[in-house]
Design a protein around this ligand. Structure first.
Ligand SMILES: Cc1ncc(COP(=O)(O)O)c(C=O)c1O
Length: 369
């Protein structure tokens, strides 16, 4: 019987990114049991490395089972109770999801909107929280994958904490590619995914929760409506007494352990510099091809480069298809209102190399000619 193994690809889309051989080899190891003492040693090491990556001393920092959306759901479901006032920043696709999940959990959601491609001004958060009698949670996306915009976090943290609200951050497209600095920025809860800048396959969502946020969840009036993602039950597995909770995907944990080791061997500063350098190389090359950046330079992410589809391209999907089928190169199209208008080019994790970018530029030049 023929296998259905995928063709080789260089992943320069909005994620997942390509994965290094060392990480892939770890995936292929024989599983061990979810209560094996060796797994707990691995998990302790891995959690310590995640704290370093997040820039936090938060004890409750774990590789949650599931993708980035699981991280989002898990954090919101533990914190929100029906009737809570929640303020969500929306300047792209993923902020909209945060608001939607919060509404489904019964929150009164105040949306703080900015045009896609712009940051949300801190004054907008200030006005929103000021207008409410109390606020449980303020949430925003650090790196909007739909637009390529980096949202500054510190001013929002201050605004949230002035109203005794918790501050939640989506770091799915930032963790491992740009500094996240949870403790320095005073973020209470943050989630990410492993498949972008962290350099591991999809399937795990690193989350970090401050003790204050954890205690807010413990003092809920109603039980957490989702058993699988109840922090307390999860913590009883990841911490002693290591009570069985679910069969953790051990192979993904092996892979993440190696990806984190690679990150720390490279060094955080060197890694962030690599992301900046490779993004700069890409944007310079694209400018030479007459392709214009979408996001403002001041807030442009080095991990997700959004550019306008050139006006002389009639069928942008056809360009991306040719990149994929002729060159094995994946880039992303626009989401929502930006569909057909922008390309989203990821330079994340193991995909962020000068070689990959050089290849993409040559291929694009060839196709656009
Ligand atoms: C900013 C942001 N948040 C959340 C998600 C959801 O992550 P996942 O697709 O891994 O569930 C993504 C995925 O691209 C993202 O970019």
């Amino acid at each position: 019987m023929e296998t259905a193994l995928p063709s080789p690809r260089i992943l320069l889309g909005p994620g997942p990114s390509s994965v290094n051989p060392r990480v892939l080899e770890a995936l292929g190891r024989n599983p061990i049991g979810y209560l094996d003492p060796e797994l707990f040693t691995l998990l302790d090491d891995l959690r310590a490395d995640l704290r370093t990556l997040f820039g936090t001393a938060n004890d409750f920092t774990i590789p949650l089972t599931g993708t980035g959306m699981a991280g989002m759901e898990c954090c919101l479901v533990n914190l929100i109770e029906p009737g809570d006032n929640v303020v969500v920043g929306i300047n792209g696709f993923f902020g909209m999801r945060m608001a939607e999940i919060s509404r489904r959990l019964g929150a009164n959601v105040t949306e703080v909107n900015a045009e896609w491609g712009q940051i949300i001004e801190p004054g907008q958060f200030y006005d929103a929280v000021k207008a409410l009698p109390s606020v449980k949670l303020v949430g925003t996306v650090h790196a909007e994958t739909s637009t390529g915009v980096r949202q500054p976090l510190e001013p929002i943290a201050e605004i949230a904490h002035d109203r005794s609200a918790l501050f939640l951050v989506d770091a799915v497209t930032s963790l491992g590619g740009i500094p996240v600095n949870i403790d320095e920025c005073d973020v209470d809860v943050c989630y990410s995914g492993t498949q972008k800048c962290v350099g591991a396959p999809p399937g795990l969502a690193p989350i970090t929760v401050s003790e204050a946020a954890y205690q807010v969840a413990q003092s809920r009036k109603s039980p957490v409506p989702n058993w699988y993602y109840d922090w307390k039950l999860l913590r009883n597995y990841y911490d002693a007494p290591h009570t069985y909770h679910h069969t953790v995907p051990v192979n993904l944990l092996f892979a993440l352990r190696e990806a984190l080791a690679e990150i720390l061997e490279e060094g955080l500063e060197a890694r962030y510099r690599r992301h900046r350098d490779v993004s700069h190389q890409l944007m310079t090359g694209l400018t030479e091809l007459g392709i214009k950046p979408f996001a403002n330079a001041e807030y442009r992410l080095p991990t997700l480069n959004s550019v306008y589809v050139p006006s002389n391209v009639e069928d942008e999907v056809a360009v991306r298809k040719r990149l994929l089928y002729e060159f094995g190169l994946e880039i992303g199209g626009g989401l929502g209102d930006l569909k057909g208008k922008v390309w989203r080019i990821g330079t994340m994790g193991a995909s962020a190399t000068r070689r990959n970018v050089a290849l993409l530029l040559v291929a694009l030049k060839h196709i656009l000619a």
